[in-house]
Design a protein around this ligand. Sequence first.
Ligand code: NAP
Length: 532
Amino acid sequence: MTDYEVVIIGAGVAGIYQIKRLTDLGVNAVVLDGNEDLGGTWFKNRYPGARFDSESFTYGYSFSKELLEEWHWTEQFSPQPETLRYLNFVADKFDLRQYMQFNCRVEAMTFDEDTNSWTLRLHDGREITTHVVLTAIGVLSIPTTPTFDGMDTFLGESFHPFDWPDAVDLAGKRVAVIGTGATAIQLIPEVAKVAADLTVFQRRPNWAAPLNNAPISDEEMADIRRRYDEIFAACARTPGGFEHEPDRRGFYEVSREDRLELWDRLYDGPGFGIWLQNFTEIFMNEEANAEFSEYIADRIRGRVDDPELAEKLIPKDHGFGIQRVPLETHYFEAYNRPNVHLVDAAAAPIEQITANGLRTSERDFEFDVIVYATGFDAFTGAFDRIDIQGVDGQKLRDKWSDGPITYLGLMVSGFPNLIMLAGPQTAATNFPRGAELAVDWTTPFLEHLWANDLHRFEAMPDAEQAWVEHVADMYEPLLLRTAKSWITGYNSNLEGHEYGKMRYNIYNGGGPRYTRRLQDVAGDGYRGIALT
Ligand code: NAP
């Protein structure tokens, strides 16, 4: 006997939907979450400017017509407070909180081969047993900060945007932002509006394009409601998992004028169109990429008053779309403000944090607040933080020391009765509808086990090996395989994550191909999974 049949770790987007599906079936299940409340990434990332860059209505759940009828998104790209309200609305509507326990950080979990069950140890020493563990612990949920000397000597406030303090007031303050990733690119224009002075420390500029957000009127929302089936069908059909469909004309089959016409339209259009409705050659062919990158560079030049500053904001070491493209709202215009300054942290690296600010190789700066927008221990970080011990005492963090190894991004050989709802090497994590995809595969899989009196499942080593090779192959044709980004496992603040030590973190084969594979595996008696 175990305490639960299923334990879900994480009460974010995937965990909320998974507990709904399981409790609808009457399964004895619980969600454990280390935070004080539900919402996962949308509970944590409260920095100014945090919002979807997926269209709100493509990100929401599709499982309940009633929910789709009742919820009104107010913006094309929902801001964090509204998204958190939405997740709370869903949990309350379906009365799901009763199955959730908060402030429960899972520190360790060990598989017992005699009982085919897991024992989870929480941070307060409590132990919980369960047959099945489903992880929904996020792919960007472990923030990483630099390890500069003197970080603990700073007398002002300093934090990562993931842990943005509710009480911090930047009005009239001298603020430093370190980093220019998607997070910094969202928060810099907002901080610029209130801070007396903002200094951005940029080591490498990032390509970014306008989000072009807009409110959603009652009439537009009514139209979205009418189109929901069509919207979700488009998301399921497109490789990127959005409504945006790639331009199927060949890059070189159309004239330069036609290319420019498309790019002007996409640049002025909403969301990821600029990335996902573009010519696919841009992401595989260096020449095509260089031409498009130059187009974007010109758009940046048109938005930054100081030409020298504009050049500093244009990446020279990689092309557009090779790294994950941040979408921005007046990011480049923020640098036209007299209170915003850019420091080239590659030319003059930060050497030390001081009591009153920081010191670069060139000079001292004084600040009241330092924001470390310096990224995450992506994909494997949240798994590494739990001491996961599988068959024969093997630890997941050891198995994954050089990068993730999975079957379908869902299971790991040697770690039975464990499914990752939002793990590495799955399309479910890079698509807005991915959480539903993972849950909608996992739930009937578990029903199949229960219906057939099966007590143990585990990925087969050869199936796992073949999946890892397939995931690696999917990186091959894409220029993003060269990215200095979390997509390839790079993080300058983490040992073992140096550039060049490739980690195959995401599945680049596209949503439809991934979905077909999941369906095939299920249709073929759960091929590649040992069921006993
Ligand atoms: P990130 O893309 O990894 O960017 C980290 C930034 O910090 C980089 O500019 C990096 O510079 C810099 N940095 C790191 N360590 C540094 C150091 N020691 N000194 C100086 N600079 C340093 O992290 P992120 O911005 O948090 O974004 C991560 C991902 O989260 C995004 O790609 C996106 O998928 C997701 N996200 C999504 C949304 C959304 O959906 N709306 C919003 C925000 C984030 P280098 O490039 O030189 O390493």
